[in-house]
Design a protein around this ligand. Structure first.
Ligand SMILES: Nc1ncnc2c1ncn2[C@@H]1O[C@H](COP(=O)(O)OP(=O)(O)OP(=O)(O)O)[C@@H](O)[C@H]1O
Length: 235
């Protein structure tokens, strides 16, 4: 069974075709990078998978659950990392994680919380500090732990490395590889071509809401990937 399947999905905002006839399929453990310039439709695609937006046409299933007829069931199988992770500033990393995990229906103890934060790359001396003092990279690591806590079939990552330093971005690559090796599929919307080469198995290029190319990432070296990307945006 596919971890994610989009068949001929389309959505418009007034006269704008934000996503048109988009079909993508991810197998368990597969890491798929959705590339495209600003306004290409990447976030809109993630929002349709999450059930925040309803496509006008097409179908979406998450681990076999129809996301259009059962959006809550589909969302229960998704761990989502938004571009900007919002935490309660007066709560510690552990308290934020246990709180948001509970909202998602999972009760986790402190030992599990520490383990998840460690897997996400947050140093142990930050686990009990108030998150109000955290850098973007640290907040994002708590967000990763929250997404992992759901034990989802699919991780959706929106621009996961934007604004991160090289070390934090590398930590994120490790998290993605570990999730993939446990059979979790990962769909990430990104502009970060280096990260795509680093972790993705497959990539798709969106332009004006249409998938204009799809490749195995292993077939391209970083220079060829950049050339392909620029060509597809120009042609
Ligand atoms: N709620 C909305 N109402 C009207 N237009 C919208 C809405 N959401 C997105 N759009 C438009 O749909 C198009 C796709 O936007 P989207 O945010 O999906 O692009 P993106 O590829 O994620 O871009 P970025 O890389 O800048 O995040 C854009 O032209 C955007 O202005």
């Amino acid at each position: 069974m596919s971890a994610l399947r989009l068949d001929s999905v389309s959505i418009s905002f007034g006269p704008l075709h934000a996503v048109e006839d988009l079909s993508i399929q991810l197998q368990p453990g597969e890491v798929y990078a959705l590339l495209g310039p600003n306004g290409a439709g990447k976030t809109t695609t993630l929002n349709m998978i999450l059930g925040f937006l309803r496509p006008e046409r097409g179908s979406i299933t998450v681990a076999g659950v129809d996301a259009l007829t059962d959006p809550l069931g589909a969302r229960a199988r998704i761990g989502y990392l938004p571009e900007t992770v919002m935490l309660h500033p007066t709560l510690s990393a552990i308290e934020n994680l246990t709180y948001f995990a509970l909202l998602a229906g999972r009760k986790i103890d402190v030992t599990t919380a520490r383990k998840l934060l460690g897997e996400a790359g947050l140093q142990s001396d930050a686990h009990e500090r108030h998150s109000g003092s955290f850098s973007k990279g640290m907040r994002q690591k708590v967000g990763v732990a929250i997404a992992l806590a759901k034990e989802a079939n699919l991780l959706l990552l929106d621009e996961p490395t934007s604004g991160l330093d090289a070390s934090a971005a590398n930590d994120l690559s490790n998290v993605i590889r570990a999730a993939s090796s446990r059979g979790i599929a990962v769909l990430m919307a990104t502009h970060d071509l280096f990260r795509v080469k680093d972790v993705a198995h497959r990539l798709g290029i969106l332009r004006s809401g249409k998938l204009v190319d799809e490749r195995d990432a292993a077939t391209l070296d970083p220079v060829a990937l950049e050339q392909l990307y620029l060509q597809r945006l120009a042609s």
